[in-house]
Design a protein. Structure first.
Lengths: 88, 151, 151, 88
């Protein structure tokens, strides 16, 4: 099995709290869904824990399409996390 | 085909309307919606609009395609700015054209409700006193406005 | 104070919007509705718009006052043309401005529904083949659209 | 009792059928409401009978304000009759 690289992108206060807009990670075994990915990221440090402290309000997109947290990450190239949108 | 743009520059509603209606005489109704930056009683210096490049355009295109499948539109334009926007300046423009007014009105409202809640843009406030402001919170009212289109 | 005009000349939506928003930064939402003369598949040469001078302005003013009492508007403009109007030309313009989009959208729809069914204007068709056409019939759908505001 | 003069105005196909846009009449005794006025006008000739053959769809305004047919004409200066409006 090939370890696949995943591009992560953060926006708005998620980006500010983590301190970076973008990073590349290798998905560990056991991370199947977006929710798994969020849980794994929360363990990476206090800045991640702060950004994702209320994981239920965090929105996710896989390859630039909105997805619910139970969606499998699958062969995604890019997963983005951000607060509820406030455009318009 | 809808016209969709995500840009820093201001836009001109009249130019966009003309691009839809020029040279044709089957359009009976044109609705424009312009969303502007409010000064919040003088406390706001500017809004900083962050967006997700690529996804912003793609999401607006998805919403536009939905509108075109729901209403018999003869033209649809959606333009959303990003970057620093001062009070009084426009942020977003939606133009819809149809033979009849109800389709043009409903499609414009639908587009705005969806843009508000699904297009990946985020607003940060810069206060007039120089202080860094907060990120604008999403409003339940906007989610409720969007939900009515599921009926 | 709303701006209300009944005139033969064309109008410019951008000028009317600017008259409402220039020099202020508390407006968050501007909706314009433009109603245009359709060519009806090429069969129409023009519409002749007859009106009741005096009552037309008075009735639009009454409808505008109702809109201003129902929604927190920061600007309201309604312009209705009369006389001969060719396909592709504008007939009616409504502009509404408010802090928030729902008020601007609803007030504009309300104004149009009321203008359609209460403002004393009548349309006569002139056919492209030179024949004198009929008077346009009032639509039940327009009465139904107006009735929804009584809820 | 003074015989009051009343200005009548007609629009669109009501005007076309009657053949005039405006006329002044003296209200006869017994004409109290707009409906009475319509009924009286219908007797004035075939052009009026044609214009008002379906009196129930005719709209009326007293002094430039919409009124239902049961409204008393009262001291109106101007009464207008016209088809349902088709502006906008």
């Amino acid at each position: 099995m090939i370890m696949s690289e995943l591009n992560l992108r953060y926006f708005a206060w998620v980006r500010e709290r983590i301190g970076t807009a973008q990073e590349t990670v290798v998905l560990p075994a056991g991370v199947i869904t977006v929710a798994d990915l969020l849980a794994w990221l929360k363990e990476r440090g206090p800045e991640y824990a702060h950004a994702f402290e209320r994981a239920e309000i965090i929105r996710a997109a896989i390859d630039q399409t909105h997805v619910p947290h139970e969606t499998p990450v699958g062969t995604a190239r890019e997963v983005a996390f951000f607060p509820p949108m406030t455009g318009g | 085909m809808p016209t969709i743009r995500v840009q820093t520059e201001a836009f001109d509603a009249a130019t966009e309307v003309n691009a839809i209606t020029a040279g044709r005489s089957d359009v009976g109704a044109v609705v424009t919606f312009t969303g502007l930056c409010r000064d919040e009683g003088g406390t706001l210096a500017a809004l900083e609009l962050e967006h997700y490049p690529g996804m912003a355009e793609a999401e607006i295109a998805r919403v536009a395609a939905q509108a075109e499948s729901r209403w018999p539109l003869m033209g649809l334009t959606a333009i959303h700015r990003f970057g620093r926007i001062a009070p009084g300046e426009p942020i977003v423009l939606v133009v819809t054209a149809s033979a009849h007014r109800s389709a043009a009105f409903e499609a414009a409202e639908f587009l705005m409700d969806y843009l508000k809640t699904r297009a990946p843009f985020w607003k940060k406030e810069h206060h007039a006193d120089g202080a860094q402001g907060d990120w604008v919170s999403a409003k339940d009212a906007d989610d409720a406005a969007m939900a009515r289109w599921d009926r």
